[in-house]
Design a protein around this ligand. Structure first.
Ligand code: NAD
Length: 497
């Protein structure tokens, strides 16, 4: 019988009693490697009640002990980085190195969560009025929840629950039903690190389970990462139910190439940033905008991208893996066809891609289009496949106008040797994360992951100081202690202190 993915409720891994199961497949073979449960409503209620109860004691645990839990957890994740990565390889198909990177970028957030004492410092001012002091404390919210996408099954859950739990909250995590096993292994290590019972709960499933989270009165805040339509739905429904919501959504990231840039650096950067991870990254470069004479480099960029090939994770020469599902593959193929029909020039066509010995894998070869214009579907839609669109403009001003017209604002980059051009770009561009000669500028966790516009709904972002604000309330205290030096005054009828 196929392995059944367990739930992690009230400190124990348990078998779900559900009758609805979602097959988890190896995308390189279509073998069903596990079944993920659609958590029943009774199990959801138990998980939320356990998290609510655990909050009462967890919020009283000293901040330094919470930090130490994160240190032990971080060490266990480092020790098991490769075995977690291998689970990612099996259920998502990433290459081993890329899967290890997925775990590593999550470990860095856990390290940041281990710094929680200084991040939770409030503010103080002495003598705000005569003999009166004001100071603030940061306190946790209660039960928080996270809903995560398939494409970073370690990193994105680790963006969420370590920071929330380090702040003193308890957490319900609903990972993607397409690769649910990675999170279970991470939860095992969290328990092994000494996390008290009920502090983290893992439930599996899809829309129905997410809806329970969205409507449950005991859940105070929701972190979501995924596609635009679902992100908008989660933001609207969650806030309608008076919850705090941060929703990270889809993207269309541009790289602007100036003619004074180093050509070889541009080519290398574009190969990795466009088709790496099979293009299934929210910070992938999906549009390269060549300014002026830089457009002469497009054939060489296409040639370099055309040389890489996908493969299984055990093949050390594979540049990237398969698409997550046959449906995802079909969607990317139909967008490639649409690009051709709408008049873009297909310089490299990966539609018909075979990988030896793996005829059933969801393979798409690297694909490059030129002459892409903003009206085309391949320009407007997030393709989420190994497809690079290129277009050409005359000036930096034209490039900035093009990028600023996009409804998305997750990431962008400029390649140039000119400090003045880079400064102008970073200042004028309406995108939340900007790379200068860096193609994928994902900030390390002492900063925050700051997507803008249609790539993010909410105000406080993931990890860094903003995550602490998202997962806490500020309590401000104004205090006076009477002593003999303070004269007894009569009733104060004004609002002045
Ligand atoms: P998805 O939106 O299909 O799924 C994300 C989560 O939402 C999953 O847990 C899923 O079970 C749940 N879900 C799906 N449909 C739902 C519905 N109708 N109602 C309620 N919940 C639902 O996303 P995906 O395909 O797993 O991930 C890819 C997307 O995520 C891409 O668009 C990518 O850009 C985006 N993404 C964004 C970021 C970012 O930081 N902005 C990071 C990674 C991925």
């Amino acid at each position: 019988m196929t392995k059944q993915v367990q739930l992690f409720i009230d400190g124990e891994f348990i078998d779900s009693t559900t009758e609805q199961w979602i097959p988890v497949t190896n995308p390189a073979t279509q073998d069903v490697i596990a079944q993920a449960p659609c958590t029943t409503s009774e199990e959801m209620a138990r998980a939320i009640a356990s998290a609510k109860q655990a909050f009462q004691s967890w919020k009283e645990v000293p901040v330094s002990e919470r930090a130490r839990l994160m240190m032990r957890f971080g060490n266990l994740l480092k020790e098991h980085q490769t075995d977690i990565a291998e689970i990612i390889c099996q259920e998502l198909g990433k290459t081993l190195e890329d899967a290890k990177g997925d775990v590593w970028r999550g470990i860095e957030v856990v390290e940041q969560a281990a710094n929680i004492p200084s991040l939770m410092m409030g503010e103080t001012v002495e003598n705000v009025a005569r003999s009166i002091d004001t100071y603030s404390y940061i306190q946790p919210l209660g039960v928080c929840a996270g809903i995560t996408p398939f494409n970073f099954p370690a990193m994105i859950p680790l963006w969420m629950f370590p920071m929330a739990i380090a702040c003193g909250n308890t957490f319900i995590l609903k990972p993607s039903e397409q690769d649910p096993m990675t999170v279970n292994r991470i939860a095992e290590l969290f328990a092994e690190a000494g996390a008290p019972k009920g502090v983290l709960q893992v439930v599996h499933g899809a829309k129905e389970q997410v809806d329970t989270i969205l409507h449950h009165p005991d859940i105070k805040a929701i972190s979501f990462v995924g596609s635009v339509n679902v992100g908008q739905y989660i933001y609207k429904t969650g806030t309608d139910n008076l919850k705090r919501v941060q929703a990270f959504a889809g993207a269309k990231n541009h790289m602007v190439v100036m003619p004074d840039a180093n050509k070889q650096q541009v080519i290398n950067a574009l190969v990795g940033a466009s088709v790496g991870a099979a293009g299934q990254r929210c910070m992938a470069i999906s549009v390269a905008v060549f300014v002026g004479a830089a457009q002469d480099w497009i054939p060489e960029v296409a040639e370099a991208i055309g040389k890489v090939h996908p493969g299984v994770y055990t093949d050390p020469n594979a540049a990237y893996g398969p698409q997550i599902s046959p449906q995802a593959k079909a969607r990317v193929l139909s967008l490639i066809e649409q690009g051709k029909k709408e008049g873009a020039t297909c310089l490299v066509d990966g539609s018909d891609c075979q990988v030896k010995d793996y005829p059933k894998g969801n393979w798409i070869g690297p694909t490059v289009f030129s002459d892409v214009t903003p009206e085309m579907t391949i320009y407007k839609e997030e393709i989420f496949g190994p497809v690079l669109c290129t277009s050409s403009v005359d000036t930096l001003e034209d490039a900035i106008a093009l990028v600023n017209d996009s409804p998305y604002g997750n990431g962008t980059s400029i390649f140039t040797a000119s400090g003045a051009a880079a400064r102008k770009y970073q200042h004028e561009i309406e995108v939340g994360q900007v790379g200068i000669n860096i193609p994928i500028p994902v900030p390390l966790p002492f900063f925050s992951f700051t997507g803008w516009k249609g790539s993010f709904y909410g105000d406080q972002h993931a990890y860094g100081k903003q995550a602490v604000r998202f997962y806490t309330e500020t309590k401000t205290i104004t205090a006076r202690w009477f002593n003999d030096d303070i004269p007894v005054s009569g009733p104060n009828m004004s609002i002045n202190l």
